[in-house]
Design a protein around this ligand. Sequence first.
Ligand SMILES: Nc1ncnc2c1ncn2[C@@H]1O[C@H](COP(=O)(O)OP(=O)(O)O)[C@@H](O)[C@H]1O
Ligand SMILES: [Mg+2]
Length: 401
Amino acid sequence: MMNGKTTVGVIFGSRSVEHDVSIVTAQQVMRTLNPSRYDIVPIYITRDGRWLTGEPLHDIKTFQGEDVLTVKGVQETHLSSSTGHKGLMSPPLVRGFFKRQQFQKIDVIFPTVHGSHGEDGTLQGLLEMVDLPYVGTGVMASAIANNKVLTKAVLRDAGIPVVEAVAFTRHEWLQDEHRERILNEIEAMGYPAFVKPSDLGSSIGIARVDDRERALLHIDIAANFSRQVLVEKAVVGCIEINCAVMGNHEIQTSVLEQPLSAEAFLSYEEKYMRGGEGGVKQAGMKGADRIIPAPISEELTATIQDIARRGFMAIGGQGTARIDFLVKPDENEVYLNEFNTMPGSLAFYLWEATGMNGAAVCDELVRLAKERYEEKRRTTFDFKNPLIEHVARRGLSGIKK
Ligand SMILES: Nc1ncnc2c1ncn2[C@@H]1O[C@H](COP(=O)(O)OP(=O)(O)O)[C@@H](O)[C@H]1O
Ligand SMILES: [Mg+2]
């Protein structure tokens, strides 16, 4: 924290099908963080899991080429696994006779990774181990939110409305007798239905199916993407409503948006590639059409915000998330569909519409990260007891656990 600034390490990329979207979110976050308050250290994890840092990572053009590591000024690095360091260790720079170990201290990590190896609790686990404060949800909430089967179970238990579904493992699906039972259960639930891999986002592997034959085909596909699959009853005639939340204890909610789509649901291309020939011009949902605030009654708006808050608490959420709902406004039916704990562009546009600009959102997220870290320090992880002395005196044999 030299010169009173907080050093923020922005981690992005990683081994995820949403690798490219993450690069865009990271560029947005790095540009939004107030430079008078933060020193920014970009940390890019390549598609195969190597950690890189360096000035060129501030520029989206760096990522156009094949191998980012060959770009001048980019170097391999790693996060020190010792709590004694709290930062990045890079290979020593050799200048003439001198070898200088390069160490970059980090105060707060700002993960902007979407999907696997970043949004799912794995990166959060690493950061807990190295004892660094980080933005966003913790290990448990991230892991729950990234698994559609688990999300449903936790929400159902908390009395939060979710869509009915049949869930099973790939292993079950590959056995004939189970396959038959699963298809019968789906039929009993009724078509149309949505087939979803349990732990992927961005609509990848998701399909709407109207009969047994299509279900069979799309479950085979979904089972390639995840070891658990769920088939959910379609909420026919629903609209989608999203709400962002932020906080560790008192949870703020944003205004609601209604994302619009001509199709039954947004495909990956629709979501991310709109407005450009091929290139990712608009980040996250920015290019898609949406209505803000969502055109629903004040009462229904308040209900959804309340469910968003309760849902976030139910999974043990801290930090932020965008929560997506399936809603039938005329019937007053609301289902919590999913949590995005690292939403595209961090849902800046929703907070902006709520009266908070991107820089203020980043300030608050960093503050919440520090607050949670301070709270964790109040938890005791060490418990002194006389075990070692006892064993040293009596010997190892005869020790009862
Ligand atoms: N049960 C459902 N009924 C109606 N539409 C659904 C249902 N489940 C998903 N959808 C549609 O499919 C889209 C993608 O599903 P979602 O669960 O949000 O997956 P992802 O994690 O890939 O975003 C949703 O935005 C919605 O349009
Ligand atoms: Mg979704």
